[in-house]
Design a protein around this ligand. Structure first.
Ligand code: ADE
Ligand code: ZN
Length: 340
């Protein structure tokens, strides 16, 4: 099972690029940009990553992002993430970025988007990894700020496929952003939203009804509403689940308590993702392996997570068919193709 997972083709749909900032790169960028950070070494940074809940993580996470200043910094950050994708056989990734985290500090929107986009294009040509960019609004800020951010994104429509909603879920329900999501949909953006991570199942329903989302990020608290679970089976509304994140942020006590395999077997379109891998202890393979270790699954079930992610992705249909074939070939020929 372990070897099968390691080389299984994967598709990632829930990754905050700022959350892939490893402590070593944080130190390098702090030095490059002459920014003070309150740590003496990368090891000390890692030791500080003990979280009680989402908010305690977000406080440290926004602080870490301060070392990102130039287009080259955003490029280097994204390029480092793509190397991890290559190592884990991620063939397609749809990544989030939080423009407000940077524009609030005086960094231009174009600096951020051009750095990320440049690395993704190189990832496509040199590493064969396709990708999309989703811009998230920070839900602890007000809707006016989100409107301004949407305005800034309009000249980059060709580089940004959709908008999302992240940061503190509690106290910031989907309805707060109904207006700006309506505008984003009218401008042709796809929409997604974090919901049912720390917030109630009702946030999942509201994200669907008020924000017109194509998928729900996290969504694991759907199990608190049986009717909603039945609906999710019927509609195949995707949930981009992040197992290691959920343990680190204490959404579940430990991996044996996690509901992802149960949801898979019920027929929901659940996917495995890494969220903020530099903070939560691992990239795609680590997440797959942690799930498989706590919940024995068959090779076919592991592959189903990839089939679900292909279904849930914003990849054009013809390309989806090719990716499904790639996965089917892998399952069918395993282990011969990797041992020969
Ligand atoms: N921003 C980065 N990671 C997040 C998460 N897991 N939930 C909400 N906002 C986030
Ligand atoms: Zn997230």
């Amino acid at each position: 099972m372990k070897a099968f997972i390691q080389t299984l083709p994967k598709v990632e749909l829930h990754l905050h690029i700022e959350g892939s900032l490893e402590p070593e790169l944080m130190f390098e960028l702090a030095k490059r940009n002459q920014i003070e950070i309150p740590f003496d070494s990368p090891e000390q940074v890692r030791e500080a990553y003990q979280f009680e809940n989402l908010q305690s993580f977000l406080d440290i996470y926004y602080q870490g992002a301060n070392v990102l200043v130039t287009e080259q910094d955003f490029y280097d950050l994204t390029w480092a993430y793509l190397q991890r994708c290559k190592a884990d056989n991620v063939i397609h990734t749809e990544i989030f970025f939080d423009p407000q985290t940077h524009t609030q500090r005086g960094i231009a929107f174009e600096t951020v988007i051009n750095g990320i986009y440049g690395a993704l294009k190189q990832g496509e040509s040199e590493l064969g990894i396709s990708s999309q960019i989703i811009m998230c609004f920070l839900r602890h800020l007000d809707e006016d700020d989100a409107f301004k951010t949407l305005e800034q994104a309009l000249p980059y429509k060709d580089k940004i496929i959709g908008v999302g909603l992240d940061s503190s879920e509690q106290g910031n329900p989907p309805e707060k952003f109904a207006g700006v999501f309506k505008k984003a949909l009218a401008e042709g953006f796809k929409t997604v939203a974090h919901a049912g991570e720390e917030g109630p199942a009702q946030n999942i329903i509201d994200a669907e009804e008020m924000l017109g989302v194509s998928r729900i990020d996290h969504g694991v608290r759907c199990t608190e509403d049986r009717k909603l679970v039945q609906e999710l089976v019927k509609t195949r509304m995707p949930l981009t689940v992040c197992p290691l994140s959920n343990i680190k942020l204490k959404v579940f006590e430990d991996m044996s308590q996690h509901n992802i395999v149960d949801l898979l077997r019920k027929g929901l379109c659940v996917t495995i993702n890494s969220d903020d891998p530099a903070y939560f202890g691992g990239y795609m393979n680590d997440n797959f392996l942690a799930v498989a270790e706590a919940h024995p699954i068959t090779d076919e079930e592991a592959a189903q997570f990839t089939y679900n992610a292909i279904e849930a992705s914003f990849i054009p249909d013809e390309k989806k068919a090719l990716m499904r074939e790639l996965v089917t070939d892998y399952v069918f020929h395993y282990p011969y193709e990797i041992t020969s």
